[in-house]
Design a binder for this molecule. Structure first.
Ligand code: 1CP
Length: 358
Protein backbone atom coordinates (compact mmCIF):
# COMPACT_ATOMS: atom_id res chain seq x y z
CA UNK A 1 0.00 0.00 0.00
CA UNK A 2 1.27 3.47 -0.88
CA UNK A 3 2.54 5.79 1.85
CA UNK A 4 1.45 8.95 0.08
CA UNK A 5 -1.72 10.95 0.54
CA UNK A 6 -2.25 11.54 -3.17
CA UNK A 7 -5.24 10.45 -5.24
CA UNK A 8 -7.29 8.39 -2.84
CA UNK A 9 -10.68 7.12 -3.86
CA UNK A 10 -13.51 8.93 -2.10
CA UNK A 11 -15.39 6.53 0.07
CA UNK A 12 -19.01 5.70 -0.69
CA UNK A 13 -21.50 7.71 1.33
CA UNK A 14 -22.67 5.04 3.74
CA UNK A 15 -26.18 4.66 5.10
CA UNK A 16 -24.76 5.94 8.41
CA UNK A 17 -23.90 9.37 7.01
CA UNK A 18 -26.69 11.15 8.86
CA UNK A 19 -26.37 9.24 12.13
CA UNK A 20 -26.10 11.27 15.35
CA UNK A 21 -22.55 9.96 15.83
CA UNK A 22 -21.21 11.10 12.46
CA UNK A 23 -23.12 14.37 12.65
CA UNK A 24 -21.57 15.11 16.08
CA UNK A 25 -18.09 14.29 14.70
CA UNK A 26 -18.76 16.88 11.99
CA UNK A 27 -20.16 19.46 14.46
CA UNK A 28 -23.62 19.31 12.86
CA UNK A 29 -26.84 19.55 14.91
CA UNK A 30 -27.89 16.26 16.53
CA UNK A 31 -31.21 15.00 17.92
CA UNK A 32 -29.37 13.74 21.02
CA UNK A 33 -25.76 13.32 22.15
CA UNK A 34 -24.47 10.08 20.62
CA UNK A 35 -22.92 7.46 22.93
CA UNK A 36 -20.59 4.52 22.47
CA UNK A 37 -18.07 2.89 24.81
CA UNK A 38 -14.45 2.02 24.23
CA UNK A 39 -14.13 -1.75 24.75
CA UNK A 40 -17.91 -2.10 24.53
CA UNK A 41 -17.42 -5.43 22.76
CA UNK A 42 -15.80 -8.09 24.84
CA UNK A 43 -15.26 -9.20 28.34
CA UNK A 44 -18.09 -7.42 30.15
CA UNK A 45 -20.70 -9.35 28.14
CA UNK A 46 -21.75 -12.93 28.96
CA UNK A 47 -22.75 -13.47 25.31
CA UNK A 48 -19.14 -12.62 24.36
CA UNK A 49 -17.67 -15.23 26.70
CA UNK A 50 -20.08 -17.76 25.24
CA UNK A 51 -19.10 -17.29 21.59
CA UNK A 52 -15.37 -16.91 22.37
CA UNK A 53 -15.18 -20.14 24.40
CA UNK A 54 -12.08 -22.14 23.46
CA UNK A 55 -10.98 -19.71 20.73
CA UNK A 56 -7.74 -17.76 21.35
CA UNK A 57 -8.19 -13.97 21.18
CA UNK A 58 -6.19 -13.31 18.02
CA UNK A 59 -7.71 -16.27 16.23
CA UNK A 60 -11.16 -14.89 17.00
CA UNK A 61 -10.17 -11.67 15.18
CA UNK A 62 -9.56 -13.70 12.01
CA UNK A 63 -13.00 -15.28 11.80
CA UNK A 64 -15.30 -12.82 10.00
CA UNK A 65 -18.61 -14.32 11.14
CA UNK A 66 -17.43 -14.33 14.76
CA UNK A 67 -16.10 -10.76 14.47
CA UNK A 68 -19.46 -9.70 13.09
CA UNK A 69 -21.34 -11.31 15.97
CA UNK A 70 -19.07 -9.89 18.71
CA UNK A 71 -19.13 -6.40 17.17
CA UNK A 72 -22.95 -6.45 17.03
CA UNK A 73 -23.49 -7.75 20.59
CA UNK A 74 -23.13 -4.37 22.39
CA UNK A 75 -25.11 -2.57 19.67
CA UNK A 76 -28.06 -4.92 20.17
CA UNK A 77 -27.82 -4.89 23.95
CA UNK A 78 -27.00 -1.27 24.80
CA UNK A 79 -28.45 0.57 21.76
CA UNK A 80 -25.22 2.53 21.42
CA UNK A 81 -24.90 4.98 18.52
CA UNK A 82 -21.86 3.33 16.93
CA UNK A 83 -20.24 -0.07 16.64
CA UNK A 84 -16.49 -0.51 17.04
CA UNK A 85 -14.88 -3.21 14.95
CA UNK A 86 -13.84 -6.20 17.06
CA UNK A 87 -10.11 -6.64 16.64
CA UNK A 88 -6.99 -5.62 18.56
CA UNK A 89 -4.20 -3.10 18.09
CA UNK A 90 -1.69 -5.96 17.64
CA UNK A 91 -3.61 -7.62 14.76
CA UNK A 92 -1.72 -5.67 12.04
CA UNK A 93 1.61 -6.58 13.70
CA UNK A 94 0.70 -10.25 13.57
CA UNK A 95 -0.45 -9.77 9.97
CA UNK A 96 3.02 -8.57 8.88
CA UNK A 97 4.66 -11.54 10.60
CA UNK A 98 5.42 -10.51 14.19
CA UNK A 99 5.09 -13.42 16.61
CA UNK A 100 2.52 -12.01 19.04
CA UNK A 101 -0.02 -13.67 21.24
CA UNK A 102 -2.67 -12.25 23.56
CA UNK A 103 -2.30 -14.06 26.86
CA UNK A 104 -5.48 -14.20 28.95
CA UNK A 105 -5.19 -11.94 31.97
CA UNK A 106 -1.99 -10.35 30.63
CA UNK A 107 -2.46 -8.81 27.18
CA UNK A 108 -0.25 -8.81 24.10
CA UNK A 109 3.07 -10.67 24.48
CA UNK A 110 5.77 -10.41 21.78
CA UNK A 111 7.97 -13.53 21.47
CA UNK A 112 11.00 -11.69 20.13
CA UNK A 113 10.93 -7.94 20.99
CA UNK A 114 12.10 -5.23 18.57
CA UNK A 115 15.23 -3.58 19.99
CA UNK A 116 17.87 -3.17 17.28
CA UNK A 117 18.20 -1.82 13.77
CA UNK A 118 18.25 -5.38 12.41
CA UNK A 119 14.92 -6.06 14.17
CA UNK A 120 13.26 -3.25 12.19
CA UNK A 121 13.46 -5.35 9.02
CA UNK A 122 10.65 -7.45 10.49
CA UNK A 123 8.26 -4.48 10.25
CA UNK A 124 7.32 -4.41 6.58
CA UNK A 125 4.30 -2.44 5.26
CA UNK A 126 0.90 -4.10 5.60
CA UNK A 127 -0.83 -5.10 2.36
CA UNK A 128 -4.63 -5.52 2.11
CA UNK A 129 -4.08 -9.23 1.30
CA UNK A 130 -2.49 -9.67 4.75
CA UNK A 131 -5.84 -8.97 6.37
CA UNK A 132 -8.45 -10.30 3.95
CA UNK A 133 -10.44 -11.42 6.98
CA UNK A 134 -10.76 -7.76 8.08
CA UNK A 135 -12.12 -6.67 4.69
CA UNK A 136 -14.61 -9.53 4.80
CA UNK A 137 -15.74 -8.86 8.37
CA UNK A 138 -16.16 -5.10 7.82
CA UNK A 139 -18.22 -5.83 4.69
CA UNK A 140 -20.50 -8.21 6.60
CA UNK A 141 -20.91 -5.67 9.39
CA UNK A 142 -21.69 -2.68 7.24
CA UNK A 143 -24.46 -4.65 5.51
CA UNK A 144 -25.93 -5.68 8.84
CA UNK A 145 -25.51 -2.33 10.65
CA UNK A 146 -27.44 -0.25 8.13
CA UNK A 147 -27.54 3.32 9.42
CA UNK A 148 -25.45 2.57 12.55
CA UNK A 149 -21.86 3.67 11.89
CA UNK A 150 -18.90 1.32 12.22
CA UNK A 151 -15.72 2.72 13.79
CA UNK A 152 -12.48 1.20 12.53
CA UNK A 153 -9.40 1.52 14.71
CA UNK A 154 -5.68 0.97 15.10
CA UNK A 155 -2.95 1.50 17.66
CA UNK A 156 -0.77 4.59 17.30
CA UNK A 157 2.99 4.23 16.75
CA UNK A 158 4.02 5.07 20.35
CA UNK A 159 1.65 2.57 21.96
CA UNK A 160 2.54 -0.17 19.46
CA UNK A 161 6.25 0.58 19.92
CA UNK A 162 5.85 0.12 23.65
CA UNK A 163 4.47 -3.43 23.24
CA UNK A 164 7.10 -4.29 20.62
CA UNK A 165 10.07 -2.99 22.61
CA UNK A 166 9.00 -4.06 26.10
CA UNK A 167 7.74 -7.41 24.83
CA UNK A 168 4.39 -7.00 26.59
CA UNK A 169 2.32 -4.68 28.80
CA UNK A 170 4.43 -2.21 30.78
CA UNK A 171 3.74 0.37 33.47
CA UNK A 172 6.74 2.67 33.05
CA UNK A 173 7.65 2.05 29.36
CA UNK A 174 11.33 2.29 30.42
CA UNK A 175 12.94 0.41 27.54
CA UNK A 176 10.70 2.27 25.10
CA UNK A 177 11.75 5.63 26.47
CA UNK A 178 15.39 4.50 26.62
CA UNK A 179 15.30 3.95 22.86
CA UNK A 180 13.36 7.17 22.26
CA UNK A 181 15.83 9.28 24.25
CA UNK A 182 19.02 7.31 23.64
CA UNK A 183 18.75 6.17 20.01
CA UNK A 184 16.63 8.87 18.36
CA UNK A 185 17.40 7.77 14.79
CA UNK A 186 16.48 4.16 15.41
CA UNK A 187 13.35 5.33 17.26
CA UNK A 188 12.31 7.63 14.41
CA UNK A 189 12.62 4.79 11.93
CA UNK A 190 10.60 2.48 14.15
CA UNK A 191 7.86 5.07 14.54
CA UNK A 192 7.81 5.66 10.81
CA UNK A 193 7.50 1.96 9.99
CA UNK A 194 4.69 1.60 12.51
CA UNK A 195 2.91 4.62 11.00
CA UNK A 196 3.00 2.90 7.59
CA UNK A 197 1.58 -0.34 9.02
CA UNK A 198 -1.10 1.50 10.99
CA UNK A 199 -2.13 3.64 8.01
CA UNK A 200 -2.39 0.49 5.90
CA UNK A 201 -4.60 -1.20 8.50
CA UNK A 202 -6.92 1.82 8.75
CA UNK A 203 -7.19 2.13 4.96
CA UNK A 204 -8.33 -1.48 4.70
CA UNK A 205 -11.12 -0.81 7.22
CA UNK A 206 -12.21 2.45 5.56
CA UNK A 207 -12.15 0.97 2.05
CA UNK A 208 -14.32 -1.90 3.29
CA UNK A 209 -16.89 0.55 4.70
CA UNK A 210 -15.90 1.82 8.17
CA UNK A 211 -17.33 5.33 8.47
CA UNK A 212 -14.97 6.71 11.15
CA UNK A 213 -11.62 5.66 12.61
CA UNK A 214 -10.04 5.93 16.04
CA UNK A 215 -6.31 5.97 16.65
CA UNK A 216 -5.62 4.58 20.14
CA UNK A 217 -2.44 6.03 21.64
CA UNK A 218 -3.39 4.58 25.00
CA UNK A 219 -0.01 4.94 26.73
CA UNK A 220 1.30 8.20 25.24
CA UNK A 221 0.18 10.10 28.36
CA UNK A 222 3.46 8.95 29.91
CA UNK A 223 5.29 11.59 27.83
CA UNK A 224 5.94 15.29 28.41
CA UNK A 225 4.63 17.61 25.66
CA UNK A 226 8.10 18.49 24.32
CA UNK A 227 9.00 14.82 23.95
CA UNK A 228 5.66 14.09 22.30
CA UNK A 229 6.25 16.90 19.82
CA UNK A 230 9.84 15.89 19.14
CA UNK A 231 9.57 12.11 18.97
CA UNK A 232 5.99 10.93 18.48
CA UNK A 233 3.79 13.49 16.82
CA UNK A 234 5.20 13.08 13.29
CA UNK A 235 4.33 9.39 13.26
CA UNK A 236 0.74 9.92 14.40
CA UNK A 237 0.38 12.85 11.97
CA UNK A 238 1.57 10.61 9.15
CA UNK A 239 -1.20 8.14 9.99
CA UNK A 240 -3.91 10.83 10.04
CA UNK A 241 -2.56 12.37 6.86
CA UNK A 242 -2.61 9.03 5.06
CA UNK A 243 -6.37 8.66 5.62
CA UNK A 244 -7.35 12.34 5.34
CA UNK A 245 -8.50 11.95 1.74
CA UNK A 246 -11.32 9.59 2.64
CA UNK A 247 -13.22 12.28 4.50
CA UNK A 248 -14.15 10.01 7.43
CA UNK A 249 -13.88 11.49 10.96
CA UNK A 250 -10.58 10.69 12.65
CA UNK A 251 -10.65 10.29 16.45
CA UNK A 252 -7.45 10.48 18.53
CA UNK A 253 -7.45 9.03 22.04
CA UNK A 254 -4.99 8.43 24.86
CA UNK A 255 -5.08 8.04 28.64
CA UNK A 256 -3.57 10.66 30.98
CA UNK A 257 -3.10 13.05 28.06
CA UNK A 258 -4.35 16.26 29.70
CA UNK A 259 -1.12 18.07 28.85
CA UNK A 260 -1.07 16.67 25.29
CA UNK A 261 -4.63 17.40 24.16
CA UNK A 262 -3.69 20.39 22.00
CA UNK A 263 -0.86 18.51 20.29
CA UNK A 264 -3.04 15.44 19.74
CA UNK A 265 -5.55 17.62 17.93
CA UNK A 266 -2.76 19.26 15.95
CA UNK A 267 -1.53 15.84 14.84
CA UNK A 268 -4.56 15.75 12.55
CA UNK A 269 -7.57 14.54 14.48
CA UNK A 270 -11.13 15.74 13.84
CA UNK A 271 -12.24 14.49 17.26
CA UNK A 272 -10.08 14.34 20.39
CA UNK A 273 -10.84 11.69 23.00
CA UNK A 274 -10.46 12.92 26.59
CA UNK A 275 -9.98 10.77 29.68
CA UNK A 276 -11.86 11.54 32.91
CA UNK A 277 -9.14 13.73 34.45
CA UNK A 278 -9.89 16.87 32.42
CA UNK A 279 -13.42 18.36 32.33
CA UNK A 280 -14.64 18.74 28.75
CA UNK A 281 -15.00 22.53 28.95
CA UNK A 282 -11.33 22.76 29.98
CA UNK A 283 -10.38 20.22 27.28
CA UNK A 284 -12.22 22.34 24.69
CA UNK A 285 -9.94 25.27 25.55
CA UNK A 286 -6.84 23.10 25.15
CA UNK A 287 -7.90 21.44 21.89
CA UNK A 288 -9.09 24.63 20.26
CA UNK A 289 -11.92 25.50 17.91
CA UNK A 290 -13.24 23.26 15.19
CA UNK A 291 -12.61 19.87 16.76
CA UNK A 292 -15.21 17.69 18.41
CA UNK A 293 -14.57 16.01 21.77
CA UNK A 294 -15.25 12.48 22.92
CA UNK A 295 -15.58 11.39 26.53
CA UNK A 296 -15.31 11.35 29.42
CA UNK A 297 -17.10 9.70 32.35
CA UNK A 298 -14.73 7.98 34.79
CA UNK A 299 -15.29 4.27 34.07
CA UNK A 300 -15.18 3.55 37.82
CA UNK A 301 -18.35 5.62 38.28
CA UNK A 302 -20.25 2.70 36.71
CA UNK A 303 -19.62 0.73 39.90
CA UNK A 304 -21.56 3.31 41.95
CA UNK A 305 -25.38 3.40 42.36
CA UNK A 306 -27.47 4.47 39.34
CA UNK A 307 -28.32 7.86 40.84
CA UNK A 308 -24.61 8.66 41.13
CA UNK A 309 -23.94 7.48 37.56
CA UNK A 310 -26.68 9.80 36.36
CA UNK A 311 -25.41 12.79 38.33
CA UNK A 312 -21.89 12.28 37.01
CA UNK A 313 -23.14 11.74 33.43
CA UNK A 314 -25.13 14.98 33.69
CA UNK A 315 -21.93 16.77 34.75
CA UNK A 316 -20.19 15.47 31.62
CA UNK A 317 -23.07 16.68 29.43
CA UNK A 318 -23.04 20.04 31.18
CA UNK A 319 -19.27 20.49 30.67
CA UNK A 320 -19.74 19.52 27.01
CA UNK A 321 -22.30 22.27 26.53
CA UNK A 322 -19.28 24.59 26.32
CA UNK A 323 -18.85 23.16 22.82
CA UNK A 324 -22.24 24.50 21.73
CA UNK A 325 -25.10 22.28 20.65
CA UNK A 326 -23.01 19.66 18.86
CA UNK A 327 -19.50 18.33 18.66
CA UNK A 328 -19.73 16.00 21.67
CA UNK A 329 -19.66 12.20 21.58
CA UNK A 330 -20.36 10.70 25.00
CA UNK A 331 -17.98 7.92 26.03
CA UNK A 332 -16.13 6.72 29.09
CA UNK A 333 -12.72 8.21 29.86
CA UNK A 334 -11.21 4.79 29.08
CA UNK A 335 -12.48 1.32 28.26
CA UNK A 336 -15.27 -0.73 29.81
CA UNK A 337 -13.81 -2.98 32.53
CA UNK A 338 -14.41 -6.72 32.38
CA UNK A 339 -16.24 -6.71 35.72
CA UNK A 340 -18.67 -3.91 34.86
CA UNK A 341 -22.39 -4.67 35.07
CA UNK A 342 -23.62 -4.56 31.45
CA UNK A 343 -27.06 -3.39 32.63
CA UNK A 344 -25.47 -0.27 34.12
CA UNK A 345 -24.07 0.52 30.65
CA UNK A 346 -27.44 -0.03 28.96
CA UNK A 347 -29.10 2.31 31.49
CA UNK A 348 -26.40 4.93 30.91
CA UNK A 349 -27.01 4.96 27.14
CA UNK A 350 -30.74 5.51 27.67
CA UNK A 351 -30.04 8.22 30.26
CA UNK A 352 -27.66 10.18 28.00
CA UNK A 353 -30.11 9.97 25.09
CA UNK A 354 -32.95 11.24 27.25
CA UNK A 355 -31.03 13.91 29.13
CA UNK A 356 -29.57 15.35 25.91
CA UNK A 357 -32.69 15.13 23.68
CA UNK A 358 -33.16 18.33 21.69
O1 1CP B 1 -9.35 -12.81 26.22
C1 1CP B 1 -9.88 -11.73 25.91
O2 1CP B 1 -11.13 -11.58 25.86
C2 1CP B 1 -8.93 -10.66 25.52
C3 1CP B 1 -9.31 -9.32 25.98
C4 1CP B 1 -9.18 -8.35 24.83
C5 1CP B 1 -10.23 -7.86 24.05
C6 1CP B 1 -11.71 -8.15 24.18
C7 1CP B 1 -7.97 -7.83 24.32
C8 1CP B 1 -6.62 -8.14 24.81
N1 1CP B 1 -8.29 -7.03 23.25
C9 1CP B 1 -9.64 -7.00 23.06
C10 1CP B 1 -10.38 -6.31 21.99
C11 1CP B 1 -10.03 -4.91 21.74
N2 1CP B 1 -8.80 -4.33 21.90
C12 1CP B 1 -10.89 -3.95 21.20
C13 1CP B 1 -12.30 -4.33 20.77
C14 1CP B 1 -13.30 -3.44 20.38
C15 1CP B 1 -14.02 -2.71 21.50
O3 1CP B 1 -13.53 -1.66 21.95
O4 1CP B 1 -15.14 -3.10 21.88
C16 1CP B 1 -10.18 -2.74 21.12
C17 1CP B 1 -10.64 -1.39 20.64
C18 1CP B 1 -8.86 -3.01 21.55
C19 1CP B 1 -7.78 -2.01 21.52
C20 1CP B 1 -6.62 -2.20 22.42
N3 1CP B 1 -5.91 -3.33 22.67
C21 1CP B 1 -5.98 -1.14 23.09
C22 1CP B 1 -6.41 0.29 23.01
C23 1CP B 1 -7.62 0.52 23.84
C24 1CP B 1 -7.39 0.78 25.30
O5 1CP B 1 -8.08 0.13 26.10
O6 1CP B 1 -6.57 1.64 25.64
C25 1CP B 1 -4.89 -1.67 23.81
C26 1CP B 1 -3.93 -0.91 24.68
C27 1CP B 1 -4.86 -3.05 23.53
C28 1CP B 1 -3.88 -4.03 24.02
C29 1CP B 1 -4.56 -5.11 24.77
N4 1CP B 1 -5.21 -6.13 24.16
C30 1CP B 1 -5.79 -6.94 25.11
C31 1CP B 1 -5.48 -6.39 26.39
C32 1CP B 1 -5.91 -6.95 27.70
C33 1CP B 1 -4.73 -5.22 26.16
C34 1CP B 1 -4.20 -4.25 27.23
C35 1CP B 1 -3.01 -4.83 27.94
C36 1CP B 1 -2.23 -3.79 28.73
O7 1CP B 1 -2.64 -3.48 29.86
O8 1CP B 1 -1.21 -3.29 28.21
Amino acid sequence: MSETTAAQPSVRRTAAHDSAFLRACRHEPVPHTPVWFMRQAGRSLPEYHKVREGIPMLESCMRPELVKEITLQPVRRHKVDAAIFFSDIVVPLKAVGIDVEIKPGVGPVIADPIRTRADLQRLRPLEPEDVGYVTEAVGLLVDELGDTPLIGFAGAPFTLASYLIEGGPSKGHERTKAMMYGEPELWAELVDRLAVITAGFLKVQIEAGASAIQLFDSWVGSLAPDDYRRSVMAGSAKVFDAVAGYGVPRIHFGVGTGELLGLMGEAGADVVGVDWRVPLDVAAGRVGLGKALQGNLDPAVLFAPTSVVETKAREVLHAASALGTSGHIFNLGHGVSPSMDPDALTRLVAFVHEASAR
